[in-house]
Ligand binder design. Structure first.
Ligand SMILES: [Zn+2]
Ligand SMILES: [Zn+2]
Length: 565
């Protein structure tokens, strides 16, 4: 939707300030009894919210913080005036402002934001309780506007269980909490994809998530009784569209989600074309969301028989190896667990143990619980996958099928390159920590080769080349370090990893109409900029109608699409 400035915009900082300025002579500093000093600190003759009401903002290390964007500081949720102002701005925007067509509002605190440390906020309870207090106030403001015939439609609030709000509410919700217009999305971003979320063998990563999830959904004494979404991470940012596969995980997770009361699912993020190996994920997900009792094995057999008619067995074997190879990518490439294990950060600091988890070691390791593909096993599974993919390309006698295999190969090659890159990066770090400088330098030459700095010996370089801007930036950094001396360069490379993948896709969710990140703080500040989230999707274009509320069920378009090659 457009967001041009209009006379119907809700009160902004500027209009509120203009009104208050009209009645006084704008002294530089004023004090009011019992309040913190009011300061026009930047001397522009106007008072911003922060200048007028520093006590509305989060207290961090003894100071009120105006950092309310990005991973900043959440506002002071126990301050009733701040929450009232937030609710007022939100309601006004829903009435005649930028959100006048919005039916569903994602109502979240800052992504990775810090919470106010004032005693009143602490007394509110756990972060989830603090969030629900705010949601309740906003619900009441919406209801009041509806009663007063200022707001003429239903509006749903969708909040979240994510990071610090993963635990369910510890306090009872008010008796009149409006569940009919509210939902929570449970985002298990710390999860492992080697194991299903309910698998008891995943004790060191998924167990705490499962316990929180059950506190929202099935525990008899739970305080939350409303609708639940799952927000999956089948293509979390750090995956950069790697050729990850989830047939086994989806087949276990989705029926379990359904049985335990979840009725909605979305995931971040899905590209719009050139799915390659991703096509299988999309197809199985669609079938399972349509009917969670679907026989996944039968779906997979049908898929390979129909999508790869002349190489079905060989290609299915390629997919099995690829699923093994990529099952642990969440832990390898992103992060996992309550303590946020993150390989790339550990590689960058010599004093950090590289492989503390049972889930991921360098050599093959088979513990009773928490077993996942280890580094050498991942490398081997990728090699076997490549063997079967190459064989399938030779065996294929169908033009359309060959195009599908080539699209698969394109995505696979990117994964192959990334695994090789990480393999040599890990080996460099291991050798470096053993003071084997010569061997570490030699190993790092392989890192550079896979990272695209040195001329390629074969194809995969192309896969890593896709984000051309990122590669150039990395090359510039490498040139600044002509000595190529070990750790410093390694750290540069590690910081550059984020730029190695494909560009971020632009479509966020498979089944959902939600656009994320309409943050409370932006509401508080009066929707100043009509902002975009970090994927370039406008956060104000939330939804156009109740009927777009995501359901278990989405469009099955696999059979009518053709590769563009
Ligand atoms: Zn506070
Ligand atoms: Zn696990």
């Amino acid at each position: 939707m457009s967001c041009e400035r209009s006379s119907l915009r809700p009160p902004t900082i500027r209009t509120i300030i203009r009104d208050s300025r009209a009645t006084r002579s704008c002294p530089k500093i004023r004090t009011r009894p019992g309040r913190e000093p009011v300061t026009d600190s930047n001397g522009d003759g106007k008072l911003s919210y922060f200048e007028a009401h520093p006590e509305w903002y989060g207290l961090r290390k003894g100071k009120r913080s105006a950092k309310i964007d990005g991973a900043g500081d959440n506002y002071c949720t126990s301050n009733p005036d701040a929450t009232r102002e937030l609710a007022k701005n939100l309601v006004q925007s829903l009435i005649d402002g930028p959100w006048r067509h919005v039916d569903i509002v994602n109502f979240w605190m800052l992504d990775n934001g810090k919470w106010c440390e004032c005693p009143q906020c602490a007394a509110q309870g756990i972060y989830t309780d603090r969030l629900f207090d705010v949601c309740y106030t906003v619900q009441k403001a919406i209801q009041q506007a509806q009663r007063e015939k200022r707001l003429h439609r239903e509006v749903l609030l969708a909040s979240l269980a994510y990071h610090e709000t993963l635990p369910p509410p510890a306090r009872r919700l008010p008796a009149d909490f409006d569940y009919g217009h509210f939902s929570v999305t449970f985002f298990p971003i710390e999860r492992c994809y080697v194991h299903a979320l309910a698998d008891p063998k995943c004790t060191e990563i998924n167990r705490f998530l499962r316990e929180h999830y059950e506190g929202w959904t099935t525990r008899p004494e739970r305080n939350y009784r409303g609708s639940l979404f799952i927000g999956e991470y089948y293509n979390v940012s750090s995956f950069k569209c790697l050729p990850v596969l989830f047939p086994s995980i989806m087949a276990a997770d989705i029926p379990w989600y359904y049985r335990t009361g979840t009725r909605h699912l979305n995931y971040m993020h899905t590209p719009t074309h050139l799915w390659g190996t991703w096509t299988l994920n999309q197809y199985l997900l669609a079938r399972l969301l349509w009917d969670s009792a679907t026989d996944s094995q039968a779906v997979l057999q049908e898929y390979f028989r129909r999508y790869y008619p002349t190489t079905a067995e060989r290609t299915a074997q390629f997919y099995r190896y690829l699923e093994q190879a990529t099952a642990n990518f969440k832990t390898l490439k992103h992060y996992a667990g309550e303590d946020i294990y993150c390989l790339r950060r550990r590689l960058a600091v010599d004093s950090h143990e590289i492989f503390p988890l049972k889930h991921l070691r360098y050599d093959a390791y088979r513990p009773e619980t928490d077993d996942g593909p280890d580094v050498v096993e991942i490398v081997e599974a990728m090699r076997l996958a490549r063997q079967d993919l190459d064989a399938a390309l030779l065996e294929c006698h169908d033009e359309t099928e060959a195009a599908r295999l080539l699209e698969d190969e394109r995505r696979f090659a990117y994964g192959e390159a990334m695994v090789s890159f990480y393999y040599h990066l890990v080996r460099t770090a291991l050798l470096h920590r053993r003071q084997e400088a010569a061997l570490a330098r030699r190993e790092f030459l392989r890192v550079e080769e896979w990272g695209g700095k040195t001329p390629p010996s074969h194809g995969p370089r192309r896969a890593l080349e896709e984000p051309s801007r990122g590669r150039c930036q990395r090359d510039r950094r490498l040139r600044r370090h002509p000595g190529h001396n070990g750790l410093q360069l390694l750290q540069e490379e590690i910081r550059g990893l984020a730029r190695l993948g494909q560009p971020k896709p632009t479509i966020l969710t498979q089944t959902a109409c939600f656009a994320p990140y309409p943050l409370l703080q932006q509401v508080l500040e009066g929707f100043l900029a009509g902002g975009t989230n970090n994927n370039g999707v406008r956060w104000i274009s939330v939804a156009s109608g109740r009927s777009t509320l995501p359901r278990f069920g989405c469009v099955d378009d696999m059979r009518c699409r053709r590769p563009r090659w």
